[in-house]
Design a protein around this ligand. Structure first.
Ligand SMILES: Cc1cc2nc3c(=O)[nH]c(=O)nc-3n(C[C@H](O)[C@H](O)[C@H](O)COP(=O)(O)OP(=O)(O)OC[C@H]3O[C@@H](n4cnc5c(N)ncnc54)[C@H](O)[C@@H]3O)c2cc1C
Length: 392
């Protein structure tokens, strides 16, 4: 009889990825987890964690080696995000948005633009932000109104961006604006690398939020902001397709964040169920609690395996990139919400108070169902891949 050798689950990862995962896990456990509750309570951007991630070259992961980065592929970046999010979702967002804000340049920037901007982003000296959403344009990103008008060697930007993560701490914002108001919806927009601070740029306000409370979510005003024409990313009219291509590649990062949050909540719930005793026994020995933990573990692992496959499919660049990207975020976001809610339940009253991290994790999980496209939008993307656009 042929022997079937037991397969090490880590085999899906390269040796370097396993090493990175273990290193980031240790860093997150020792240096980030002890800060997480305070970051949440004070709702302040964790500058110390930004520096730590920069020093450890973690912020350099998404950038090419020739520009001072580490040259990590999508799965490598996602592994790092998951491990940070397991300790602190806010901190994981620093890496997520460093990649998100830089993706327009990674995907469509010229070599000259990459040479100009990447070294300081890869070293973490400057943070990036992604400026798509506006008060009247959320899911319907093609409807945004910020204008960019060409004037000689510059474009002049006027408009408002809302809910921009790291908008108040970034040095470079990739901003989407209308260059052809009468053009077809998918050709109206262009994308610009805007270096801030600059004249006419203001942070109008920061939002108070349910979760990821240390991550600044900014409303940004652009009033006559002059951007060199050399900072146009791609060609005029490419903005919408650059935004969509960016989201196809960045949604796995949100999925990784969701999986990290869920794993962190599961770890806490298991530890608690081993120790807490009621009716003379460990609560983990009650079948109803044990089943809950088994479901949580299975769901987290399923979401993780889908994410790994999605990363490989996206990296391979097949025709179904949008579907894989949307599916992994959809499943991971819903998993995070379910698992963190169940973790609170396993801890009973202690789950509901901030002595334990699961209530924070439950609040943090919710955003993964909303940003970079809501779960409804992910379903639209998957359904379109199956059925084509409505009426087609
Ligand atoms: C904390 C935070 C950080 C963010 N960071 C960034 C950032 O860095 N950069 C950036 O550009 N944006 C960012 N966003 C914006 C985020 O991506 C949007 O909030 C999100 O895409 C939803 O847009 P909206 O809030 O306008 O909701 P809406 O689009 O108004 O949606 C409201 C509801 O209607 C549903 N809906 C809308 N259209 C459809 C449809 N066609 N079919 C079915 N249901 C639909 C939605 O699913 C949702 O349930 C952030 C948001 C938050 C809250």
């Amino acid at each position: 009889m042929a022997t079937v050798s037991a397969r090490n689950p880590a085999d899906r990862l390269t040796e370097e990825q396993v090493l990175l995962r273990d290193t980031v896990r240790q860093l997150a456990t020792e240096r980030i987890a002890p800060r997480a509750a305070e970051i949440d309570r004070t709702a302040t951007f964790p500058e110390d964690i930004r520096q730590l991630l920069a020093e450890q070259d973690i912020l350099g992961l998404p950038f090419p080696v020739e520009h001072g980065g580490v040259g990590g592929d999508l799965l490598t970046v996602c592994i790092a995000i998951e491990e940070i999010a397991r300790a602190c979702a806010t901190s994981s967002l620093i890496l997520i948005v460093q990649e998100l804000g830089s993706l327009p340049l990674l995907l469509a920037g010229t070599p000259a633009q990459q040479t100009r901007f990447f070294p300081r982003l890869a070293s973490g000296t400057a943070l990036a932000a992604f400026g798509l959403t506006e008060p009247e344009a959320g899911s319907d990103a093609g409807a945004l109104r910020t204008r960019a008008v060409r004037d000689g060697d510059t474009y002049v930007l006027d408009g408002t961006k809302r809910f921009i993560t790291n908008g108040s701490v970034a040095g470079l914002i990739t901003v989407f604006a209308v260059t052809d108001p009468d053009g077809p919806k998918h050709r109206r927009l262009s994308c610009f690398a805007v270096e801030v601070p600059t004249e006419g740029f203001r942070v109008e306000r920061l939002e108070h939020k349910l979760g990821i409370r240390g991550s600044p979510t900014a409303e940004l005003a652009f009033e006559g902001v002059r951007v060199p024409a050399a900072n146009l990313i791609g060609a005029e009219g490419d903005g919408f397709s650059i935004a969509m291509a960016t989201l196809d590649r960045s949604r796995p990062g949100v999925a990784a964040q969701a999986i990290g949050i869920a794993q962190g909540a599961l770890d806490t719930a298991v530890a608690y169920a081993r120790n807490r005793r009621q009716f003379g026994q460990r609560i983990g020995d009650f079948q109803m609690v044990a089943a809950m933990l088994a479901d949580m573990d299975s769901q987290v692992e399923a979401a993780r395996q889908l994410l790994y496959t999605a990363c490989l499919e996206i990296e391979a660049g097949g025709p179904e990139v949008a579907r894989w990207s949307a599916m992994c975020k959809l499943i991971a976001g819903d998993t995070a919400m379910r698992v963190t809610t169940d973790a609170v339940q396993v801890l009973g009253g202690y789950g509901y108070i901030d002595e334990f991290p699961v209530e924070r994790m439950m609040r943090d999980a919710k955003i993964t169902q909303i940003y970079e496209g809501t779960q409804q939008v992910q379903r639209l993307v998957v359904a379109r891949a199956l059925l084509g656009r409505p009426g087609s």
